[in-house]
Design a binder for this molecule. Structure first.
Ligand code: LMR
Length: 338
């Protein structure tokens, strides 16, 4: 009898870890990954973030809960990068133009006027050696760069027609926090003003600024076209994103979970970069249909004049962004000229 009790107790002890561990695992709270961003859900970035949530939660079988915060509902532009570095949020996708304030100026190369003639040229840069090298600059700042996501090409808006460089003189333009964009508007004789994305609509509405540059999907989803009488299809620059994750969080994940999230990110990247062009052309159609802003298609001469006026920007920001980096990107995108 005693023997039986001892044997039974031993069996419980031996069996205990096997019995207990699954129940602990199922009771264990999932790892929470907060993904914060500043644009609307129905944009290339908003949809990409939702796709990552769907796939990430599926591939990790619920071990990771991904919370997506759209429309600056958690943090605005400037705060979100600080929050990521502090670990208050785990993932972001800021535009290339927003890394300067935390000391990474090189991503501003993508802000140079007319540096990317099309998406194929862009892809050569982001998917090649330059793109990889740029991502390594993020690690000393406590973040890991996981992917490049597209938005699209920028258009200019104001309450007056913007055809030639002279039309920009003395006008106040909202810009993202990029010195290249600052130099771009100065080259046109305009006054650039850095402002968080979430504040642009109101600033346009109240006349704090006269104009802005953005992609059709960003303009349409923030209703900017309702408070700007003219939109000129300049396609002079590009907005794209670097998806970044807090390095400590990422390195601390179990290897299998990190692998599953990497797979989810790769697939979400393909998805987001596939829909970006359609999202923007549909948004432009919707803007046109609204009848609230007049669309101007510049002539070849007007385009050439804009290009010429902005050319000094390359020399102005060479030292900041890196002359060699600019040359390397130009080699990939335009065969060396701009
Ligand atoms: C902007 O601030 O205009 C854009 O970078 C917003 C965004 O994330 O697309």
């Amino acid at each position: 009898m005693q023997k039986w009790i001892i044997a039974a107790a031993a069996a419980v002890i031996v069996a205990a870890p096997v019995i207990v561990s699954p129940s602990i695992a199922s009771a264990q709270a999932p790892i929470v990954l907060k993904f914060s961003h500043v644009v609307a859900p129905n944009t290339p970035k908003g949809k990409g973030a939702e796709k990552f949530k769907e796939l990430g939660e599926k591939y990790t079988a619920g071990k990771v809960k991904i919370e997506v915060y759209h429309n600056s509902s958690l943090y605005k532009d400037k705060e979100e990068l600080e929050a990521l570095q502090l670990g208050a949020v785990q993932m972001l996708a800021p535009s290339n133009s927003k890394f300067g304030p935390i000391g990474i100026k090189e991503f501003e190369v993508f802000d140079l006027p007319y540096i990317l003639p099309n998406k194929d040229a862009l892809r050569k840069v982001t998917d090649g050696a330059i793109g990889k090298r740029l991502l390594t600059l993020l690690e000393p700042k406590g973040m890991v760069g996981l992917a490049y996501w597209d938005n699209g090409f920028k258009q200019m808006t104001a309450n007056k027609p913007l055809n030639m460089p002279a039309d920009y003189k003395g006008m106040k333009f909202r810009i993202q926090s990029s010195k290249v964009l600052e130099a771009q508007f100065r080259s046109l004789g305009a006054i650039p003003q850095v402002m968080a994305f979430s504040e642009v609509y109101q600033a346009l509405q109240t006349g704090v600024v006269d104009g802005q540059e953005n992609t059709p999907s960003n303009m349409y989803t923030q209703k900017m076209h309702e408070v700007q009488k003219f939109t000129t299809l300049t396609n002079h620059g590009y907005i794209g994103y670097v998806v970044v994750v807090n390095k400590k969080f990422w390195d601390g994940l179990p290897a299998d979970v990190r692998g599953q999230l990497e797979k989810a990110m790769n697939e979400a990247t393909v998805y987001s970069n596939t829909i970006s062009e359609t999202e923007n052309s549909e948004a432009l159609e919707d803007i046109k249909k609204s009848g609230k802003t007049q669309i101007i298609t510049p002539t070849a001469e007007q385009n050439a004049a804009m290009r010429k006026a902005m050319e000094p920007v390359y020399a102005d920001v060479g030292a900041r962004v890196g002359k060699k980096l600019i040359e390397d990107v130009l080699k990939e995108t335009t065969g060396g000229t701009h």
